[in-house]
Design a protein around this ligand. Structure first.
Ligand code: NDP
Length: 264
C-alpha cells in the first residue's frame, strides 16, 4: 500500500492530509497519508520508520533544515536552499527534495502573476530562502529584507542577491511575504502600507488567515495578490509526483486545503 505521512510539530492542524487524501482518491489510488507529531528529538527514529514502512513523507516546522544530514541523498537545489520538505524512501534509502521552491513558481504561473522583477522577499528564514532561490533561478533581480538584518545580508551574499531596507519595496514589482508576520494575527503586517509600489503583485506565504493584512492592503493599492494556498497546493502536488510519478490536480488539492482550513 502507498503509505505517506507529514512529520512536524505541532502537526495536528496541518492541511497536508486533506490535500494528499484528495490526491490519492482523485487518482483512484489506495493509500494513506498520516500526520505524525514529530518533535526534533524524535526525527531520527521517525525517519527510520519512514525508511522501513513508508513510500515517503513531507517535513514541516521544525524539521526541514535539520533533516539534511539524516538522509542518504539530498537533491542539489534542496542542498543549496538548506531545507528538505519531501522525503522519498526507495529500497531502504532516503532521498530528500525541496518542492517549496518550484511549488512557489508553479503557483505564480498558474495564478497568472507575472514573473517580473525586481522581486523583494521579506524574510530570510526557511521559506524566504526557498522563494529567493526560486526567483533567482527564474532569472529575476531579487532583493531581500529581514528583521534581523545580518541574516538578510548573509543570504544575499550566499545567493548573489541584494539586501535592502524595507523602503525599497516601493521600487519592487513583486513582493513576497515569507516572514511569519500575520500568522494568526489579522492586524499584523511586515510592510507599512505606504511602502507598497504603484504597480505589480504581492504574494503572502501565510495562509492562516487566508486574507492577511499584507494582502488586503496590497489589494487596496491596486496590486495583484495571491494567498499562501496555491503554493501550499503546488508544493504538495510536486511532492506527490516524486512519490508516485503522477501529478495530481493542484487546484483540487487547493480546494481540499481550503475546506480543511474552514474557509471552503
Ligand atoms: P522561519 O521560522 O524559518 O522564519 C521566520 C521568518 O519570519 C524570519 O525571517 C523572521 O525574522 C521573520 N519574523 C518573525 N517574526 C517577525 C516579526 N515580528 N517581524 C518581522 N519579521 C519576523 O519560518 P519559515 O520561513 O519556515 O516560515 C515563514 C512563514 O511562511 C510561516 O508563516 C509559514 O507558515 C509560511 N510558509 C508557507 C508555505 C506555503 O506553502 N504557503 C511554505 C512554507 C512556509 P528574524 O530572522 O528576524 O527572526
Amino acid at each position: 500500500m502507498l503509505r505517506l505521512a507529514v512529520l512536524g510539530s505541532p502537526i495536528a492542524h496541518s492541511l497536508s492530509p486533506a490535500m494528499h487524501r484528495y490526491a490519492l482518491s482523485s487518482l483512484g489510488l489506495e493509500g494513506s497519508y498520516e500526520a505524525l507529531e514529530t518533535p526534533l528529538e524524535a526525527l531520527k527514529d521517525r525517519l527510520e520508520r519512514v525508511r522501513r514502512e513508508y513510500r515517503g513523507a513531507n517535513l514541516t516546522i521544525p524539521l526541514k533544515e535539520v533533516a539534511l544530514p539524516l538522509l542518504d541523498w539530498v537533491a542539489p537545489e534542496a542542498q543549496a536552499i538548506g531545507a528538505v520538505n519531501t522525503v522519498l524512501s526507495v529500497e531502504g534509502r532516503l532521498f530528500g527534495f525541496n518542492t517549496d521552491a518550484p511549488g512557489f513558481l508553479q503557483a505564480l504561473r498558474a495564478e497568472g502573476i507575472p514573473l517580473m522583477g525586481p522581486a523583494l522577499v521579506l524574510g530570510a528564514g526557511g521559506a524566504g530562502r526557498a522563494v529567493a532561490w526560486a526567483l533567482k533561478e527564474a532569472g529575476l533581480e531579487v532583493w531581500v529584507w529581514n528583521r534581523t538584518s545580518t541574516r538578510a545580508e548573509a543570504l544575499a551574499e550566499e545567493f548573489g542577491l541584494e539586501a535592502v531596507p524595507l523602503e525599497r519595496a516601493k521600487e519592487a514589482r513583486l513582493l513576497v511575504n515569507a516572514t511569519s508576520v500575520g500568522l494568526k494575527d489579522p492586524t499584523a503586517t511586515p510592510l507599512p502600507a505606504e511602502f507598497f509600489p504603484r504597480e505589480g503583485a504581492a504574494v503572502d506565504l501565510v495562509y492562516r488567515p487566508l486574507w492577511t493584512r499584507f494582502l488586503r492592503e496590497a489589494q487596496a493599492r491596486g496590486l495583484m495578490v495571491q494567498t499562501g494556498l496555491p503554493m501550499l497546493a503546488w508544493q504538495g502536488a510536486l511532492a506527490f509526483r516524486i512519490w508516485t510519478g503522477l501529478l495530481p490536480d493542484a487546484r483540487g488539492m487547493e480546494a481540499a486545503a481550503l475546506q480543511a482550513l474552514g474557509e471552503g
